[in-house]
Design a binder for this molecule. Structure first.
Ligand code: OOG
Ligand code: NI
Length: 463
């Protein structure tokens, strides 16, 4: 039997999620339109950009969402979600400790790992697990655990299809379609809470994230994120379309050579929900769902990342953003100032070992040059070898905390002590998380040795 490639199942899934979310959160549809308009203006104004994106096959998938996020309640939920995403060719990459920002969660990103799979559809899901062990109120933690033990977030039909996929190494086309429809059920919004308003209030008092996870039947998708070619323009134009953006764009400042990830979101909506009550139901509201945009740049090496972390820490020590966004202007100025010491062209980033590249042979080996690792600089200078920046495919814990913070209803930045517990997270997951640095390193190493071999053999891939 032929299986539908996992990459295609992921594409079906991300499209289904997008359609569902647009219906559920109309303001997200407005954001998508704004992003599309700004992307079009950019492409119309910049023919170089258009040509580059065209040749890289980027235009067609420009409007495809890049990521979403969910929050889970228990170890067994994380275990089953890992199995569900595996059917779509998504592996857990990276461990993010959000306790550094005072949030009782730790996270990973389920994403495709190979270059080919990322090119077909890069959809990722930032997945957090709440940490009831960090709650001071032990009785409330036990109550939350008991409530969570009663829910099942993956449908029985979905579980059977996951088992089938695991047993036969994939799914046929009709099973894959049924799987996507069933998987969607897990991420749907439930406007009815499973706990009385009084319980919800106590959970909120412990932490709003805890209430968001414990009070509902399942892990509703809380945002989706398209890619923008100009995040500053979209941020500025949001209010014109009736959208309230968070106070500052997270991540590095605007640069000539984009690094890592810049992201911003619109504030989460306050939505009506019903609580079970002794007689019928009681009306209330819950804030969880929002929309986000992202712009990605080159992946940084451990040295580059350490420099990034230092520049960011310097910024945050110099300028703080308050709960309703006060101090945002000072923050942006401090960010620009702190990153002045960060090289801002690809030659320097590469030569200084700060960023990851992918090499390719672009012209025949010039006379007098060897296709050897020692000659890389000369080969690059001659144009025989080209180094393309590797796009950063992952997330940033401080930025993620800022996004969490703003969708919990505050722009206030916080810095807390850390209590990472990767072992506990991986035990729940049922496997180790993939190291994102190892993935970038391998792509760089492999591409260089292949490009050198191609040059030596006289095989040249035109740009
Ligand atoms: C996830 C927030 C983090 C990102 O892009 O960094 C995030 C959440 O609110 O559950 O989505
Ligand atoms: Ni996000």
């Amino acid at each position: 039997m032929t299986h539908l490639p996992a990459d295609e199942i992921r594409s079906l899934f991300s499209r289904a999620m997008s359609d569902m979310y647009r219906k559920e959160v109309p303001q997200y549809g407005t954001l998508i339109e704004l992003v599309r308009d700004v992307n079009r203006e950019m492409l119309a104004a910049d023919s170089d950009l258009r040509a580059r994106m065209d040749s890289a096959g980027e235009i067609a998938r420009l409007d495809v969402e890049r990521h979403g996020a969910i929050r889970l309640g228990t170890a067994s939920e994380l275990f089953n979600i890992r199995r569900m995403f595996a059917v779509m060719g998504m592996s857990p990459v990276g461990y993010y400790d959000l306790s550094v920002a005072g949030l009782p969660v730790h996270s990973t990103a389920f994403r495709p790992v190979s270059t080919e799979a990322l090119q077909i559809n890069p959809f990722r899901v930032f997945t957090s697990l709440i940490r009831l062990e960090l709650l001071e109120d032990r009785a409330l933690a036990a109550e939350a655990e008991e409530i969570l033990s009663r829910r099942k977030i993956v449908t029985d039909d979905c579980l059977s299809l996951i088992e089938k996929a695991e047993a036969q190494g994939g799914l046929g086309a009709s099973d894959a379609e049924a799987f996507v429809a069933q998987a969607l059920e897990t991420f749907r919004w439930h406007s009815e809470a499973t706990v009385p308003a009084e319980t919800y209030e106590r959970l909120c008092a412990a932490h709003r994230l805890i209430a968001d996870v414990v009070s509902f039947r399942g892990p509703h998708i809380n945002h989706l994120t398209p890619r923008t070619l100009d995040i500053d323009a979209v941020q500025k134009k949001m209010p014109e379309r009736g959208i309230a953006p968070k106070a500052v764009i997270e991540g590095p400042p605007r640069r000539r050579a984009d690094i890592l990830l810049r992201q911003t979101s619109f504030k989460a909506l306050e939505e009506p929900i019903l609580f079970p009550a002794e007689t019928g139901t009681e009306e209330g509201t819950h804030t969880a769902r929002f929309g986000e945009i992202e712009q990605r740049g080159v992946a940084l090496t451990p040295a580059g990342r350490a420099l990034y972390d230092r520049c960011l820490a310097e910024t945050r020590a110099a300028a703080a953003v308050g709960a309703s966004g006060e101090g945002a202007g000072g923050y942006v100025a401090a960010l620009d100032a702190a990153f002045e010491s960060f090289p801002d062209d690809h030659d320097s980033l590469r030569r200084d070992g700060l960023a990851f590249y992918r090499y390719r042979a672009a012209a025949p080996l010039p006379a007098g040059l060897q296709a050897s690792p020692e000659a890389v600089e000369q080969l690059l200078a001659s144009g025989a070898l080209v180094a393309d920046p590797q796009v950063y495919e992952d997330f940033l814990p401080v930025s993620a905390a800022g996004i969490f913070q703003s969708n919990l209803g505050t722009d206030e930045q916080s810095n807390f002590g850390e209590s990472a517990n990767r072992e506990v997270f991986e035990a729940a997951l049922g496997r180790e998380v993939v190291s994102e640095m190892a993935l970038y390193e391998e792509i760089e190493r492999e591409s260089l040795s292949q490009a050198l071999a191609a040059l030596a053999a006289g095989e040249v891939t035109p740009a």
